[in-house]
Design a protein around this ligand. Structure first.
Ligand code: NAD
Ligand code: GLY
Length: 379
């Protein structure tokens, strides 16, 4: 039985469904047929070798049984392949396969595949449809919904991208059975982030799931994914394009809680040590420490956040990272380029606040980073 969540955005009124459940891959063809009608003939599947090896034949069989002509382009596995070179390869493949504007791309994989495939779909002939079929916890609860697509470049992460909402998201939670424990852990960190932003109810539900997943039980995860997506969809619905002037607790910017720190940590460790979600695990603690230093968040909530992040399992070692080098990276944060660095902070669970970096002493930021790095939360 699948959960279905509808996303309707404003002001541009994009409307699409997110299906969450077990064994949805064999039904992908039927879903895509319903979405695209008779005009779509070809489906270009973008995936990587590992994911396609596990689930590719089920998806191809299902699409072909529904009457589609399929072709597949496999991209490299890992953040470094979320690049313009990869996007160009996808676009060349689409052109060589004779893809027309009425045809679609289907992204089968985690956030790297989803972001790169979504980006290619958004620029091919000025935009063709994309169906997101996320296969990691992180991509199910976050990256596949909301329409952000993009690739990394020498001048920064996700600096080249577009908003391109999917025609639908099909999240088959059975695929999580093959996901390595570290990837589940990375997804749980993003779930904790969204839980803290949403309020105590989602935070507590996430904390309970963290316990279960840590014990190898992913039985109830579909329900958590549904709650998580509902929250993300509610934010996206009100601020589809992340308005630059938005400062309120429902601004899409709040979804970047912990991300300024996380992106800087990923960059100083050369994208080699931390998965994106793991970096977010550190980032939300740094943002919480900073919130406490500014007398916004109480000690108890900060400790609770540490406690839940700890229960996810040991994060990769970062105790050798210099807080100064993390702060240096803030200069390249895309938010600086788009009008000034802001921090998403917390007053309490469910009450995020956005504060300009200019109003915060660099010393406080330095010591927030330092406290988390030295907290012993990493291996
Ligand atoms: P990922 O895509 O690199 O996948 C992680 C690993 O899991 C890869 O090695 C992949 O091959 C493997 N994998 C995927 N599904 C599997 C399965 N079912 N079984 C076994 N192995 C599987 O990483 P991710 O965490 O999914 O995504 C991270 C990316 O998402 C980052 O690039 C980040 O910037 C992006 N992101 C985007 C948004 C957005 O709104 N667009 C939001 C959050 C994160
Ligand atoms: N993951 C942040 C966003 O979608 O806005």
């Amino acid at each position: 039985m699948a959960n279905t969540i509808n996303v309707t955005t404003a002001p541009e009124a994009h409307n699409y469904d997110i299906f969450i459940g077990d064994d949805l891959l064999p039904r992908v063809g039927r879903h895509v047929k319903k979405l695209t009608g008779i005009t779509c003939q070809r489906v270009v599947i973008v995936s990587n070798k590992k994911v396609f090896g596990l689930y590719g034949s089920t998806v191809v069989d299902s699409l072909e049984a529904a009457g589609f002509i399929t072709s597949t382009i496999l991209i490299g596995d890992g953040e470094k392949y979320k690049s313009l070179t990869t996007a160009e390869k996808i676009l060349s493949h689409m052109s060589e396969s004779g893809v027309r504007r009425s045809d679609i791309v289907l992204a089968l994989g985690g956030g790297v595949v989803g972001d790169a495939a979504g980006f290619a779909a958004s620029v091919y002939m000025r935009g063709v449809g994309v169906v997101q079929v996320p296969t990691t916890l992180l991509s199910m609860i976050d990256s596949s919904t909301g329409g952000k697509t993009g690739v990394n470049s020498t001048f920064g992460k996700n600096l080249i991208g577009s908003f391109h909402h999917p025609l639908a998201v099909i999240a088959d939670v059975s695929t999580l059975k093959t996901l390595p424990a570290e990837e589940l852990r990375a997804g749980l960190c993003e779930a904790i982030k969204q839980g803290a932003l949403s309020g105590k109810q989602l935070f507590d539900a996430t904390a309970r799931s963290v316990e279960n997943v840590a014990q190898g039980d992913i039985g109830g995860i579909a329900d958590l994914i549904a709650l998580q997506i509902k929250f993300k969809a509610s934010i996206v619905a009100g601020d589809e394009r992340e308005s630059m002037s938005g400062r309120g607790s429902r601004s899409r910017k709040v979804l970047n809680f912990g991300h300024t720190f996380a992106h800087a940590l990923e960059t100083v460790t050369d994208y080699k040590r931390l998965r994106h979600g793991e970096a977010v695990g550190y980032g939300i603690l740094m943002a919480a420490e900073l919130s406490k230093s500014l007398d916004l968040l109480d000690h108890k909530s900060v400790n609770l956040l540490y406690d839940v992040v700890r229960r996810v399992g040991s994060l990769p070692y970062v105790a050798d990272v210099e807080p100064d080098s993390v702060m240096e990276m803030f200069k390249h944060d895309k938010k600086v380029l788009s009008g000034g660095l802001e921090y998403v902070l917390l007053r309490s669970f469910g009450r995020p606040v956005i504060q300009s970096a200019d109003t915060i002493s660099p010393k406080l930021i330095h010591s927030a980073i330092s406290r988390v790095i030295r907290s012993g939360i990493g291996d």
